[in-house]
Design a protein around this ligand. Sequence first.
Ligand code: AMP
Length: 463
Amino acid sequence: MLLGVREYVGRMETDQREQVARHVSQLLDAVTHMESHFASPAAIGVDYLSWAHGDFRLSTEKDVTFADFPFHETIHESIRQAGYVKPTPIQAAGIPPALEGKDIIGLAQTGTGKTAAFALPIIQRLTGRMELGALVLAPTRELAAQITSMFNQLGKTSGIRVATIVGGVPMDEDYAALRSWPNVLVATPGRLIDHIESGKVSFNEVEIFAVDEADRMHDMGFMPQIRRILDVLPSNRQTLMFTATLPDDVERIVRKNMHDPVRVQIGLCAPAHRARQELFLLAEDNKTRFLLEMLKKSKGRVLIFLRTKRGVDRLARQISNRRVRAARIHGDLEQSQRDKALAGFRDGNCRVLIATDIAARGLDISNIEHVINYDFPHNAEDYVHRIGRTARVEASGQATSFVTPADRRFVAGVRRLIGDKLPQVICPEGYSEPPAEAPSKKGSGHRRPDSKRPRRRAKAGSK
Ligand code: AMP
């Protein structure tokens, strides 16, 4: 790399050369500092660092490959079969310290490859073992199912046995799963607590505890359950915690229960960067008409987000009446209905899925071409999670948001979070601008932005 730079610098004037030398030296200092700060050079957490000077860029890219990780050959084989060519940044950053047995806080959202970032070190550690050595906690049944399938995909050749216990299925199925001598147990908090209270499962041999989407569990009111689960796990375990944000309550749990954790962080907005975003100002009453026009023009998979379960049901009825086949998913549906909706959307039977935020995180559905925020999210981070459903890993996609005059303050919150990447709100052609929100009679009419308002705790799984 430096050879090309030297040739380039050689052709410069002396004062320019001195300036470049100063910048390069600062840059190398920064890299050395980052390397000493993290567990290994691979764990820098960024795989591209650039410094621009005029038209020339200096890159210190460190191309981490899976071959750099000392995995058993069976694991390398599964990685090849999965078609993964190179580790994603969260894998490059998180796998080396996890393999060294360190506690990890991974600040990354779905779509970044974080499941494999904790699954691969767990598989490495438990290969050839008989007992239940790892417990993985996930906020929703869908996410638990996805994590299980990732363990099956990456761990089968290594002989890893995985069982899933989630709410909404008969207990007998759990007992059958637990009798299969799993090495890894993937669970949602509520059902796991039932088993802990029954005293029928022993967690004495658990060496690794992985928590996925800790912030989501916090939002769903699962913190007391997580504390209870931590109480029954051996204290010398390794803890791998993944979360997109670090709410105070989660941070407290981290400080109290993790040993000198290594923090690996991947930019919150990474997946969102790749999505083409657009924001349309619409009156509430015009949203369905505009949506139907949009669906007529598109061909691929579309995921539509609404805020409420009733809203999802109503929109599903309205668009089915217009002969658009749409599946729906929200927390009031039976597990079998949710599975059926997801399966139909995955296999292309239904190209439209209407969902509450329960589907915003975790769900790994490839090739979603278009995410539509029919209701603009009230929480800025939910915006990033929702539009992260398109543009996953290598793909790119489109993210459209409907904004009513009352939503404008929430748009401002998203702009504060992701900055200029959020385009301006425009009025779509053929629609007149809706009147501005009438100020409320009570008080000033200005509500505090979401981030400053105390969060109302949703009942577990209520979305
Ligand atoms: P996750 O963020 O864990 O939900 O993963 C999102 C998607 O990325 C899943 O479909 C994974 O199979 C895929 N994935 C994970 N790691 C890699 C990798 N190194 N290369 C390509 N795809 C990956």
